[in-house]
Design a protein around this ligand. Structure first.
Ligand code: NAP
Length: 335
């Protein structure tokens, strides 16, 4: 089968389109890299691209190499989000059978989505909603589950609550706006001028252009601020919170991440405001929740660009520029 392979850390230039052995489900749980009888072999029709792919590709940050592989990448085929059709299942797999259309975030099972086939663990997958394409399904898992987990980190959203999403036009942000709306919130999206119309089209009640206005300075306060991207000092986010408001960071600049992680708990120690980070990783129940929203038409993936498998390096370069509108997806031939 064809796959995009990286055997050393580096820029997208190190990625190569190669012919590699097609994986087969193994029943032996002791076989290296095997999920034993819980394995599912999927023919991949589309794969989503995430920031996680270029972090693993570059071995960045360096401390991450304890997880990515100290000297060279442990996972030679990247690609966390997949959508495709089940080809074969292990003996203990009850949820799927050959022919099922599935999607999921397979990062916890060792990545491998930038390939024509992948063997992964069954619990990473859910049945693909019939009303969306494979490309749309591949755009969903990691970004939408991150958005959902971020929105619910500090408890359920109550209808009418004011939610602000910073970085609303990216992969995580476009799902966060739609999920918050589906949960009944009044949503403010923060994005740049060129994305304001798109933000309105996915349901944002209010849109703030970050090139024209600093939302932390306009006197408005929010019950929940989800920082999906961008950067504001944590003290500025605090100013924009209502007295019992919550601030949850799932991405953005390195400074934003460290401030949420290190200063968030300290700023939350007194009073009723809470600040910190969210996004716990792949989770079957959360994927099922998102699947229901997709099926109900309450969430529709926003896809910026699709690239063929051979162009994965270009797709990652584009995502790394930091201005994708929604998701970037790889279409793999043979549907
Ligand atoms: N915690 C987790 O589990 C998890 C999971 C997935 C992703 N992440 C992290 O979340 C972050 C966002 O991921 P993503 O997939 O949404 O990224 P993305 O799709 O690459 O984000 C691009 C979007 O961000 C917007 N943006 C850039 N600078 C901004 C700013 N200063 N203010 C507001 N918006 C800005 C861009 O809009 P303009 O072009 O208009 O500037 C663009 O639409 C990344 O840091 C990623 O590592 C975390």
């Amino acid at each position: 089968m064809k796959a995009i392979v990286s055997t050393k850390y580096g820029s997208p230039d190190v990625l190569q389109l190669k012919e590699v052995a097609k994986p087969t489900p193994k029943d032996d749980p002791h076989s290296p890299g095997s999920w034993g009888k819980c394995e599912v072999l999927v023919k991949v029709y589309a794969a989503g691209v995430n920031a996680a792919d270029w972090h693993w590709l570059r071995g960045d940050p360096l401390v991450g190499r304890f997880m990515y592989g100290l000297l060279k990448p442990r996972n030679t085929i990247l690609g966390a989000d997949i959508a495709g059709r089940v080809e074969a299942v292990g003996k203990d797999v009850k949820a799927f059978q050959p022919g099922d259309e599935v999607f999921g975030d397979i990062s916890a099972g060792g990545f491998g989505g930038f390939a024509e086939y992948v063997c992964t663990r069954a619990d990473a997958l859910a049945l693909k909603p019939a009303n969306i394409t494979f490309e749309q399904a591949a755009a969903v898992p990691m970004a939408a589950v991150t958005a959902l987990q971020g929105l619910r980190t500090t408890g359920p959203i109550r209808p009418g609550q004011k939610v602000l999403v910073n970085g609303a036009s990216g992969g995580v942000g476009t799902f966060a706006v739609q999920i918050a709306k589906a949960l009944g919130a009044e949503v403010t999206a923060v994005c740049s001028t060129k994305n304001m119309e798109m933000a309105r089209s996915i349901g944002a009640d209010h849109v703030i252009d970050y090139t024209q206005e600093d939302f932390t300075q306009n006197g408005q306060q929010y019950d929940l601020i989800l920082a999906a991207n961008g950067y504001q000092p944590i003290s500025a986010y605090k100013r924009a919170l209502s007295p019992a408001g919550r601030y949850v960071m799932t991405g953005g600049s390195t400074a934003q991440m460290f401030q949420a992680m290190l200063l968030g708990p300290w700023l939350s120690r007194n009073g009723t405001q809470k600040m910190g980070n969210g996004g716990a990783g792949p989770n079957h129940q959360d994927l099922a929740f998102v699947r229901d929203l997709l099926e109900a038409g309450k969430v529709v993936p926003v896809i910026d660009r699709c690239y063929p498998l051979s162009h994965v390096p270009d797709a990652i370069r584009y995502l790394e520029e930091g201005h994708a509108r929604g998701k970037v997806v790889i279409t793999i031939a043979g549907q």
